[in-house]
Design a protein around this ligand. Sequence first.
Ligand code: CA
Length: 223
Amino acid sequence: MRLLLAEDEQQAGEYLLKGLTENGWVVDWVQTGPDALHMASNASYDVIVLDIGLPQMDGWEVIKRIRIDNKTPVLFLTARDRVEDRVRGLELGADDYLIKPFAFSELLARIRALQRRGKQQEPDIVRIADLEVHLLRRRVERGDQRIDLTAKEYALLLLLMRRTGEVMSRTLIAEQVWDMNFDSDTNVVEVAIRRLRSKVDDPFDKKLIHTVRGFGYVLEDRP
Ligand code: CA
């Protein structure tokens, strides 16, 4: 039972860390948005508890970026009880929320519920043709070959696989994987696609990543 706790306030963080640890959770506690994102992308958690008001990158941005390639249940904490905030969090892909201040017992009940739900929902494997991504192990295989990808290549591949059959524009890919807004220079995407292809497609007869000229890319199993 691993949990990522992102809370910048020292006292609240210590309190939650202690309470959760006493209740059997193995907790990683971080205090900034970038640290939350880093930990969420490099370790596997059952639940993420995320304060919205975090320094350097707020919780909204963290949820948005976590959700590119990660289905770990997220419960967000917000200090303001505003309908817009709750809706925004849920739209960005959070699973539940609590308004501060909250009772610890309620937090515990909510994260247990999320943990159970997460187990049922999380598919272990995303598969297109003979290309497989094992989400929990972050492992990519094609046929019986293992493919080693960088973190960005992995995010890019997963984005294309989750949206299989949809043409993804370079701009959209840039926004989702790099969080960049390109006006004209989408060379970064082209370079990354080329590297990804060299690992995922080039060694194999059947190509899965297709270029849609003048627009972008689509990953699909074409007959
Ligand atoms: Ca805060």
